[in-house]
Design a protein around this ligand. Sequence first.
Ligand code: DU
Ligand code: SF4
Length: 254
Amino acid sequence: MDRSSLAALDRRIARCRACPRLVAWREEVARTRRPAFADWTYWGRPVPGFGPPDARLLIVGLAPAAHGGNRTGRMFTGDRSGDVLYRALYDVGLASQPDSVARDDGLELHGVRVTSPVHCAPPANRPTPAERDACRPWFERELVLLRPSLRAVVVLGAFGWQAALPAFAAAGWRVPRPRPAFAHGARVRLAGPDPAGRPVDDPGSAGPDSVGPDAAGLDLFGCFHVSQRNTFTGRLTPAMLREVLSAAAAAAGL
Ligand code: DU
Ligand code: SF4
């Protein structure tokens, strides 16, 4: 197996069983299903990231939804959060179609990859800090593999933001101290590694994978999460989401 390719990483992630509570939950949901999806064979496994391996823009969520990604096997696919996200990506020219219903629906993302810092659906959409930390090596590995092309990131919500900053630092980017706070509309510049190739923020994590000459700087954008709690209440409107995605696409050169 080519351990350096993103496709290989995605296959490895999909076999992970590191978190007992999440393994039990994702499989129980897959067994019991929701009446509306009674004829589905749920994925019931970790949901890998989705999008091209040379993406210039990365979108970071929270975790798959029990009857969304955990059912379809693709990030933000088959749930209301995804309806909002993919509609907006299509509207700003980054997706080939406005909806995302199944893994084989033909959807293509243009220069964009979608992932999350936790790959298994958690009960009540809330991973524990231990689960977030357990999944972090997968996220760091994904960042290292995307590093040659990656130029901008949109983080959806405070959980993703808190999980993302240490991972970007470990993957070689320089994260300002004190750590910038999450806000909708936040925009933070992360420089690439210093010439010596040492991540400034988190020297403890420096290893052969952590540094390299290929990391340019990137622009990190904060955006309210696309969950119904935000979209049904108008806290996050489609226009607000399109605005952040457009700014991030421009920063990424898309
Ligand atoms: O709105 P919903 O489809 O029920 O999403 C549930 C929950 O999971 C919400 O907080 C969004 C989040 N989520 C995510 O972060 N990534 C996904 O791929 C799907 C849902
Ligand atoms: Fe593995 Fe991440 Fe799923 Fe935990 S959440 S079982 S670390 S893929």
